[in-house]
Design a protein around this ligand. Structure first.
Ligand code: VGL
Ligand code: ZN
Length: 201
């Protein structure tokens, strides 16, 4: 079974959102089109409480995009985004979600961020995605969505590590930082993740 994971295609990551990814909207028509090529489509949704530790606004004298230490790990501070129940946390209304079989929410624990759709950045809390995919006999996982250098990257890395044959669809994602993206792509290649474009699926 071949699954497509739609990572965080939410209003706050799209133009006009609080953590807008440049040209993030361009991937949506493409993602609507490729969904038919998969046996299973699932989605992740960044879903933070207002007091989340990844928000710069919850730290004194800190600005968005500054780096801090959180639980002994580097943590980028972000603008408030994808607050539970807000419009910014909703999937884009242009995204076709009719085929989405299950939605995995992440980033709900105030003290730890969660880039991967599989587990939080401390690798302690699972979202349930791994068990779900394995119960559905999924062996191949394709990742797309936002952002290329954070949540899509971490999701691909974890999928590969968990034993799924993993594909990263380069034209169905957009990055926040070109430098972070370049490092991420190099790392994925070294780990054996296959990079491909949507016409190669
Ligand atoms: C993401 C930063 C913070 C993402 C989520 O979806 O890539 N990036 N939260
Ligand atoms: Zn987030």
């Amino acid at each position: 079974m071949k699954a497509l994971i739609l990572v965080d295609i939410q209003n706050d990551f799209l133009p006009g959102g609080t953590l807008a990814v440049a040209q993030g909207d361009e991937i949506i028509p493409l993602i609507n089109k490729i969904q038919t090529k998969f046996d299973l489509v699932v989605a992740s949704q960044d879903w933070h409480p207002e007091n989340h530790a990844s928000f710069a606004s919850n730290h004194k004298n800190k600005s968005a995009f500054e780096l801090i230490q959180l639980n002994g790990q580097d943590q980028v501070l972000w603008p408030n985004h994808c607050v539970q129940g807000s419009n910014g946390a909703k999937f884009s209304s242009n995204l076709n979600t009719d085929a989405v079989a299950a939605i995995f929410r992440k980033g709900m624990h105030k003290n730890v961020d969660s880039y991967s759709a599989f587990f939080d950045n401390n690798k302690t809390q699972h979202t349930g995605l791994e068990g779900y995919l394995k119960s559905m006999d999924v062996s191949e996982v394709y990742v797309c969505g936002l952002a290329a250098d954070y949540c899509v990257y971490f999701t691909a890395k974890d999928a590969q590590h968990l034993g799924f044959k993993t594909y990263y669809i380069t034209d169905a994602t957009r990055y926040i930082s070109k430098e972070v993206y370049n490092t991420a792509i190099l790392d994925l290649k070294q780990r054996g993740v296959t990079l491909l474009t949507s016409d190669e699926i």
